[in-house]
Design a protein around this ligand. Structure first.
Ligand code: CTP
Ligand code: MG
Length: 228
């Protein structure tokens, strides 16, 4: 199993003013938290990081200083998350048949999450297994004038997390088709589904939040403090 870590975002909503992956959480960059959690899975043999082209040296220095044992490549990401994942996929060792994609912006994923999900992937006979959280808020549709046009049944909705696991062939085919058709997805599951492969949603982890805004950093600090 290989892991691709898209880490090339600039953290506009966080106000990071540079590579979000290098922003500190409890004294350690987000990327280091995320890679450490990926390495802590027995099934993971290789981790490829796709970083912002301007931050590659700093990222390589960080990964070396952390002493990570499974990071096999650091590559330049692209202008979109999807392009960054595609770049990471190209750098994965060719013999690995399964791929997990995990955002550098999710530093709190627990160790062993990929091991558990790979078991589900192998058992379920699907192309992908992806974690999703039930939606707690009432979801309402609005028109262009912000007039309410009705409620969406939240029982049918899941908010997607990473890591998302796939049979490598299915994910690579999905990326090829997306590139051909000019499709841009916000996660891998969207592309794999579009390529006609079944994807299974499994329960996500409420603590595995995505650091998007400064408030998320505060919440993440609190979760880490409680864990220690
Ligand atoms: N990402 C990436 N390449 C991009 C854009 C995003 O690899 N061109 C990665 C980010 O580094 C992050 C993940 O995709 O790990 C999820 O993206 P997001 O949370 O949106 O991070 P940013 O794009 O950095 O934040 P923002 O959208 O606020 O600028
Ligand atoms: Mg973004």
């Amino acid at each position: 199993m290989g892991v691709v870590v898209p880490a090339a975002g600039v953290g506009r909503r966080l106000g990071a003013g540079g590579a979000k992956a290098l922003v500190n959480l409890a004294g350690r960059p987000l990327l280091a938290h995320a890679v450490a959690a990926m390495e802590a899975n027995r099934c993971v043999a290789a981790v490829v990081v796709a970083g912002h082209p301007d931050a590659l040296e700093a990222i390589a220095r960080l990964l070396a200083s952390e002493g990570f044992a499974k990071v096999t490549a650091v590559v330049g990401g692209g202008p979109t998350r999807q392009a960054s994942v595609a770049a990471g996929l190209r750098a994965l060792p060719p013999e690995l048949a399964y791929v997990a994609v995990h955002d550098a912006a999710r530093p709190l994923v627990g160790p062993g999450a990929v091991d558990r999900m790979l078991e589900l992937l192998l058992r379920a006979g699907v192309a992908g297994v992806v974690p999703g959280m039930p939606v707690a808020d009432t979801i309402r549709r609005v028109d262009a004038a912000q007039r309410s046009t009705g409620i969406v049944d939240r029982e049918q909705l899941r908010a997607m997390q990473t890591p998302q696991l796939f049979a490598r062939q299915a994910l690579e085919e999905a990326h090829r088709l997306a590139l051909r058709d000019g499709v841009e997805g916000t996660d891998e599951a969207a592309l794999v589904e579009l390529a006609g492969h079944p994807v299974q949603v499994v329960p996500g982890d409420p603590e595995n939040l995505k650091v998007t805004t400064p408030l998320d950093l505060d919440v993440a600090e609190a979760i880490l403090a409680r864990r220690r």
